[in-house]
Design a protein around this ligand. Structure first.
Ligand SMILES: [Zn+2]
Ligand SMILES: [Zn+2]
Ligand SMILES: [Zn+2]
Length: 148
């Protein structure tokens, strides 16, 4: 993983050392590219480097969340989040409420909205996680009711 990596840059900018645990957790998140549970992160980190303890993995996930490198997402009633890497401070998807499949997409058009929110609420926005939900083509057919 290159030190030019923007997530590594955020760690360094915030004054955190690039420990083996942090780098390995980041590597696992980057390889996944989508949503990953902490249990999956643990399993994959263990495969890469069994010397990294559970506690370090959880601390790294907590730190990354705090720094906005990842965000937790929750699917319906699940209490354990899945994490997503925030590329350039964005993450967008459509989730099917039936089969829970995620459709990730890159483009958004939220610059004007972001600027408006910053001005009207007097907040500094660091990123966004945008979720649309509905029924995918498969579930839509199975449902038979068509769009509302
Ligand atoms: Zn976006
Ligand atoms: Zn997503
Ligand atoms: Zn579906």
């Amino acid at each position: 993983m290159s030190t030019e990596n923007p997530h590594i840059q955020s760690l360094k900018r915030a004054g955190y050392r690039l420990t083996q645990a942090r780098l390995t957790v980041l590597q696992v998140l980057e390889e996944e590219r989508g949503h990953i549970t902490s249990a999956d992160v643990l399993a994959k980190v263990e495969r890469v480097n069994p010397a990294i303890g559970r506690a370090s993995v959880f601390r790294a996930l907590e730190l990354f969340t705090q720094l906005g490198i990842i965000r937790p997402t929750y699917i319906s009633s699940s209490v354990t989040p899945t994490y997503v890497l925030m590329h350039g401070g964005h993450h967008h998807h459509v989730v099917c409420t039936e089969c829970k499949r995620f459709f990730e997409f890159d483009d958004c058009d939220l610059e004007a909205l972001t600027a408006n929110l910053q001005a009207s609420l007097d907040v500094q926005i660091k990123g966004h996680l945008l979720e649309f939900y509905g029924l995918c083509a498969d579930c839509h057919v199975a449902d038979g009711r068509g769009p509302a």
